[in-house]
Structure formats: C-alpha cells, structure tokens
Design a protein around this ligand. Structure first.
Ligand code: GLU
Length: 421
C-alpha cells in the first residue's frame, strides 16, 4: 500500500470525508473515477520495428467543470498511478478554486529514447485515440512529466483536424504561437514560490537567507529554484533523474541550466554568481539531496521519494511538495511527529493548473493577457487559497496542512454537487 499511490489517494479521501462528514453518496462518487480509458498505440519505429505503446486517460470527476489534468510520458506510467494523479487533480482544481474537475493521462514510454518523428507521431496517434473523449468543455489535457508545449501543439493540431475546427481550448500548456498563455511555462514554479512565501509569512519566517534543496531540474524544479534564488534564498542543491549537485555557497539556477544543456549532465555545473567552477561544489545522489541540512526541501520530480525509510533522516523544517505525491502516508506521519511542516502538492504546485485555467479562459473568450496580468492574477489567487488552507487548518484542530487542503477541496466540491449527479 505504501507505494501504491491510488490506494494512498483513496485512504486520504476516506479519512477527510469522515472528518468533515462528507455525504456518503458523494464519497462513493469520488472513491472511483467517473471513467478510465486505455488505448493501444501501435507505432512503426524508425528502424522498421513495430512497437505497441499503452496510453491512459482517467476522468476522475467533473462536478466543478471539465476534467482537467496533464499527460505524462514515462516508463512507469500505469493505470493506478494515473488514477491517483487524476484524483489529486480533482482536489487541486478544487483547492485552487477554478471551475475544473480532475483528470490525468499518459503513455508508458521513455520519450528520451524516441526520435522527434516517433515522438510526434505517437503524440498525434494518442490525440486521435482520445479525440472522442476530450474537448474544451469535456476534458482538457495539459503537459506533465516529460511532455511540453510542442507536444501539446501537435495534439491540438491533430484534434482540430479531426473535429474540423481550430480548437486551441482543448489543451492547455501550448506554445504562445499555438494559443498558449503568457507565463504558463514558468507558472508552476512561480506559483510554488508564491505559496511558500505566503506560508512562511504565516510561520513568521522571512525567505531571505534560507537554504533550499530542489530534487528535479525539469520545468518545475528549474523555475522554483530560479524564483527562490531571486527572492534571496540560497539554493544549495539541485538534481535530475541521474545525479545531484551540492554547492555550499548557493548556486545560480540559470547558469546551472545553461551548463547542463551544454555538457549534457549536471555534475561539474557548480555555478555561483556568474562563474561555473569545478571546485565550488560536489556531486551527490538523489537520496543524499533529500537528507541535506537545509531549511526548505523541495521535491519536484516524481511520487514516493520520501518514504518511511528516509523520512526520519530529513533535516529540513519545511517541505514544499512541487511533485505530485512525493511523500508516502507513513512518511507523512513520521514527518508530522518530527514537526516538519509539509506544504501539500495540491496547494504547492497548483500554480500550473491555475494558469492553465487562465489559458483556457483566454482561448474561450478570445483574449490575450500580458505576462504581468497573468502573474498578478496568479499571485492573488494563490495567496488567497494559501490563507484559506491555513484558516481551514485552524478550524479543524490538529489537522495537517495536507488534510486541511483536502477538507477545503472537498467542501468546495460538495457545494456544487447535486445528489444523484
Ligand atoms: N500537470 C500539471 C499538474 O499536475 C498541470 C495540469 C494542467 O495544467 O492541467 O498540475
């Protein structure tokens, strides 16, 4: 159970449903997804081989609005993972107070092993298979782990061809040229920084000078590191799926990314200020990163990285969950006992889907907001919901922030729910 995210998600739901007296019929509805879709994706590879990939889309519930959530390409993608992620999307959209339900999808594939042609054809085939199940008012996918704006643009193109009408609002996270929103790329990381600063204020701490370690250096990990560094925090470690780096004096995320892109790997990219120097840091493992003596730990990669085996060794006082589901239930209990404050995923990383909503809204209403407008709306929204989560925590004494975020989300869903729907 510890490592099965779907069972964990169901247990979380049951626990909070009980605490807030959720109507049993609504609990039954949320306990299972509305619909699960599995598709077969046969492909001719560049070397002439035929390979069959499996694709998934889970539509968890649409009580607040169309199903919403990303598409992930990863060798570990499976139905239980996607089910959990879809459920978490339902909670996330509700907590951040946008009119969407929850969904998630993905393909079991390592996209790093595909050529560009293979990646494009696979994505377009996936869009064809999903075409009857998605749509701007039905289900709106977006990027997730290992997917990006280019892939979203391919899928929108294919969907638009099928329905015979240019339909940018069917998918969010598109490039600007394909109807994307200003600021969507940075939004998850930036949103995480808004949530963290807002939470720190409540904990009477200033971000200035706090040390931070970030696990993951993809879109989310990079931008959160960048914004935290810009706010005066010291980013002492980052990592990707292969390795991590520790730079005691605090690294420059932008230079580190440029160095990684040039070299093809992170180690040696010990960039402080405007200089990258081999003597300024050292290579570490992903496990070591999690246990560093830092003020704030930011898991920004995959689920289940903090378990009962390493939770006791975590030295950070605050964990900002930028990944979805990085902490198992047992680990959560241990962290609570050790007074570690966990800012839960459904709040911490909700800036991404919140900006997806802004993108969808602009598409539907044929508007174009500036980056400044987007960021101002995002900041206002995230500061509001962070306050609401803290207020909910106060109301239900002894609740963790995670439980409070779920309670708030479920209450919002309950408000819109009609018996028998
Ligand atoms: N994949 C992101 C998440 O997990 C964004 C989803 C979206 O924008 O729909 O929140």
């Amino acid at each position: 159970m510890e490592n099965n995210p779907w069972q964990r998600a169901q247990k979380q739901l049951e626990k909070i449903a009980k605490a807030i007296n959720l109507p049993p019929l609504l609990l039954a509805r949320l306990h299972e997804p509305d619909r699960t879709i599995t598709v077969s994706l046969p492909m001719k590879m560049d070397n002439g081989d035929i390979k069959i990939f499996s694709g998934f889309r889970v539509q968890h519930n649409n009580i607040l609005g169309p199903y919403k959530g990303g598409l992930r390409y990863h060798p570990q993608v499976n139905m239980d993972e996607v089910r959990a992620l879809a459920f978490w999307m339902s909670m996330k959209c509700a907590v951040v107070d946008i009119p969407f339900g929850g969904g998630k999808g993905g393909i079991t594939v390592n996209p790093k092993e595909l050529s560009e042609r293979e990646l494009r054809d696979l994505s377009k085939l996936f869009a064809r298979r999903l075409a009857t199940a998605i749509g701007p008012t039905i289900d709106v996918p977006a990027p997730d782990v290992n997917t990006n704006p280019t892939i979203m643009a391919w899928m929108v193109e294919e969907y638009s061809k099928i329905v015979g009408k240019k339909t940018p609002a069917v998918i969010t996270g598109k490039p600007l040229t394909a109807g994307g929103s200003q600021g969507r790329t940075e939004a998850t990381g930036l949103g995480g920084s808004y949530v963290l600063f807002s939470a720190l204020k409540r904990l009477k701490k200033s971000p200035k000078g706090l040390t931070v370690a970030v696990q993951g250096f993809g879109n989310v990990g990079y931008y959160i590191a960048l914004y935290l560094e810009q706010a005066g925090m010291k980013v002492v470690a980052v990592s990707d799926s292969k390795e991590g780096i520790y730079v005691k004096d605090g690294l420059n995320p932008q230079m580190t990314l440029e160095c990684k892109q040039k070299k093809g790997y992170l180690s040696g990219c010990y960039c402080v200020g405007s200089v990258c120097d081999l003597n300024r840091g050292r290579k570490i493992t992903n496990d070591e990163l999690l246990e560093l003596p830092v003020d704030v730990l930011v898991p920004a990669a995959l689920e289940n990285v903090i378990t009962k085996d390493n939770a006791g060794k975590i030295k950070a006082k605050v964990i900002l969950e930028m990944a979805n589901g990085p902490i198992t239930t047992e680990a959560d209990t241990l962290l609570k006992k050790n007074n570690v404050i966990v800012i839960p995923d459904i709040l911490a990383n909700s800036g991404g889907v919140c900006t997806s909503y802004f993108e969808w809204y602009q598409n539907v209403h044929k508007k174009k907001w500036t980056k400044k407008q987007v960021f101002t709306k995002l900041q206002t929204q995230l500061e509001k919901v962070t306050t609401e989560v803290f207020t909910t925590q106060k109301k239900y004494k002894d609740m963790s922030l995670r439980d409070a975020a779920y309670a708030l989300a479920l209450k919002r869903i309950q408000k819109s729910w009609k018996q028998g729907s």
